[in-house]
Design a protein around this ligand. Structure first.
Ligand code: MV4
Length: 458
């Protein structure tokens, strides 16, 4: 039988991660690259490389016709989109379908159903998944006041086509309603080409807890536990961990069951993540959204389950049934991931592109580093600033954290500024050590302290 071939439509660490998974599955790889990534680690590892255009993402990594052509020319059977770029754009699976190419992700209809946050809410409702009180689509301000009257302040506007914080505004008082609505709908129009908003009751001081699920083409869906991603700054996750600390057993089980109920109700057939807000003190949880891609933070789930999520995602896309049942999933220990980025924490997290002159990885049995960087590589200003994902494990959370402290101290990166000093500051905080943080914790509590500590050390 002819060897199978996967085209990787991404770059950076996730391209490397996908190529590794393909090699282990005996699958050949084609990597599409921009002119800026011809010498990348992924390009060195892939069996074939096709340059699809200049560094600007619109002309390369977001260019569907170029990517489809590269797949057809190289005889690729399937396309893996990674995360970001085209990963949640239903036009890519549609183009794949037209050209007889397997898309490594859910069906385009599934992507549309879940990508529209209002339709995602109605699916969640049908599966009896709890969510905050909220409205349908609001296309003009006239509909807003009556809805907000019902809900009560604070409220949050969200883009129907949105996700990831764009087109969102929190409003605490009536005077700010009109302005916030206008700002959010403009932002939504700019970002997604659709100004439609909806409004929800804003959950304060919540934690971000998400469930990893995976389904196959035979109607099987299982979960692989939960992750806590409450350590965020400007909607960008900074540290993630599995399992979420201090989550009461019954709440944990309810959230897991809700995620599986929702995704199995729609025959979800790939790797996916169901996001929730959790109000631990009031013992409540609320559905937020479903991400239909492999996520940046998937390694912490792999570390506590021993399941290779990328290999499993590729296998099910090629038509294999899930290699394990829910009962086969065994959890062991704790894992923490720090996103190491080329941002200068000392200078308001300004991106710091440039040439890496030293890149010495931390070592140890409980340390994993997912990266595309090496000594002599160039960090381009065209792309996101993720240098590496540093993952540590331990039998307990305290052990995983202690291992993270050592690993961060041992990670030597020179040539670009990094956020490592900030990560060290974060994990040293008493609230983080107690597992007692929420989604505004970094911005409200840590950043002011961090800025103060910089002044004192000057
Ligand atoms: C919320 C919320 C509180 N209440 N919805 C952020 C991105 C998208 N996944 C949904 N998000 C949120 N939705 C309700 N009803 C809080 C967030 C949220 C957040 C809000 C402000 C600042 C940082 C945040 C980080 C994660 C989630």
């Amino acid at each position: 039988m002819k060897k199978r071939k996967v085209l990787v439509a991404n770059r950076g660490e996730i391209a490397v991660r996908i190529i590794k998974a393909c090699k282990e599955l005996g699958i050949e790889t084609v990597l599409v690259v921009s002119e800026a990534d011809k010498e990348s680690m992924g390009a060195r590892m892939a069996d074939e490389v096709v340059c699809i255009g200049p560094p600007q993402v619109k002309l390369s990594y977001l260019n569907i016709p170029k990517i489809i052509n590269a797949a057809l020319e190289t005889g690729a059977d399937a396309i893996h989109p990674g995360y970001g770029f085209l990963a949640e754009n239903p036009e890519l699976p549609e183009a794949c379908e037209k050209n007889g190419i397997i898309f490594i992700g859910p069906r385009s209809e599934t992507m549309k159903q879940l990508g529209d946050k209002i339709s995602a809410r109605s699916l969640a409702k049908k599966s009896n998944v709890p969510m905050t009180e909220g409205s349908e689509g609001l296309s003009s301000f006239r509909d807003v006041e009556a809805e907000v009257q019902k809900i009560g302040f604070p409220v949050i506007f969200k883009a129907a086509a949105g996700g990831g914080g764009r087109g969102m505004r929190i409003v605490t008082q009536r005077e700010n309603l009109k302005n916030a609505f206008d700002m959010a709908s403009n932002e939504a129009l700019q970002a997604f080409g659709d100004a439609t908003l909806f409004v929800e009751c804003y959950v304060q001081n919540a934690r971000h807890v998400e469930v990893q699920v995976i389904g196959d083409n035979f109607g099987n869906v299982i979960h692989l536990g939960q992750r806590d991603c409450s350590a965020q700054r400007r909607y960008q996750k900074v540290i993630e961990e599995a399992h979420p600390p201090n989550l009461p057993e019954d709440l944990r089980n309810k959230i897991l069951n809700a995620a599986v109920a929702l995704t199995s109700s729609i025959g979800y057939n790939s790797a996916g993540t169901v996001e929730f807000l959790v109000d631990k003190d009031r013992h409540e949880f609320y559905f937020m959204e479903v991400n239909t891609r492999i996520q940046v933070e998937h390694p912490v789930t792999e570390e506590i389950t021993g399941v290779d999520l990328v290999k499993e995602q590729i296998s099910v896309a090629f038509g294999a049934p899930l290699s394990l049942t829910q009962e086969d999933v065994k959890f062991k220990g704790h894992a923490i991931e720090c996103r190491v980025t080329a941002d200068d924490a000392k200078d308001d997290f300004m991106p710091s592109p440039g040439d890496i002159t030293c890149f010495a990885l931390p070592q140890g049995n409980n340390v994993r580093v997912d990266t595309h960087c090496h000594e002599g590589c160039t960090i381009s200003p065209y792309y996101d600033s993720l240098l590496a994902k540093l993952i540590t494990t331990g039998d307990t959370r305290a052990e995983a954290l202690a291992n993270m402290k050592t690993a961060l101290a041992d990670f030597k990166i020179e040539g670009v500024e990094t956020n490592i000093p900030f990560l060290q500051f974060l994990i040293a905080q008493p609230e983080f050590n107690a597992g007692d943080i929420h989604i505004k914790w970094i911005e409200n509590t840590v950043l002011p302290k961090f800025v103060e500590s910089l002044k004192q050390n000057r």
